[in-house]
Design a protein around this ligand. Structure first.
Ligand SMILES: Nc1ncnc2c1ncn2[C@@H]1O[C@H](COP(=O)(O)OP(=O)(O)OP(=O)(O)O)[C@@H](O)[C@H]1O
Length: 128
């Protein structure tokens, strides 16, 4: 059996490496927002474990975490692209950044509400 990897397999592995590099760059470049999201995600996963969530509740929490972090990565990518295309002050560049930030805010608020709906009753139950 040949051990040579097919080009399409290598392309797949490389795409995966580039994607991981993108995530690492976002975390390393001092992007405060994404660090906050990762911190909140770790806190939510820890709480979910401690409160013995159901499979459905776990799934909802994981989907929320994925959407928020993905939105933040898109936002960072858009910011970098705008800075590349329009390094100088430009009204339209500002609008593009504001809209991208608005998208992150929307999914963050929705996820926070879902977190409250799932966690709050279980935390209240602990004190009864
Ligand atoms: N080139 C620009 N032209 C016009 N307005 C801009 C420009 N760059 C940034 N802004 C305005 O400043 C805001 C903040 O932009 P910035 O790129 O600093 O994003 P940020 O949210 O502070 O990002 P981060 O802190 O994650 O780097 C934008 O949402 C936009 O309103």
């Amino acid at each position: 059996m040949s051990t040579t990897k097919s080009p399409s397999f290598l392309r797949f592995i490389n795409s995966f490496r580039y994607a991981l590099r993108g995530i690492k760059t976002s975390l390393n470049k001092g992007e405060v927002n994404i660090r906050v999201h990762v911190f909140v995600a770790i806190a939510a996963i820890s709480l979910a474990y401690l409160l013995h969530l159901s499979i459905l509740e776990w799934s909802v929490i994981i989907v929320c975490i994925g959407i928020v972090i993905a939105a933040e990565l898109f936002n960072t990518a858009i910011e970098k692209l705008v800075d590349l295309v329009s390094p100088e002050w430009n009204h339209k560049a500002g609008i593009v950044k504001d809209i991208a930030a608005g998208a992150v805010l929307i999914v963050s608020i929705a996820s926070a509400i879902i977190g409250i709906i799932i966690f709050a009753p279980k935390i209240i139950d602990l004190f009864h």
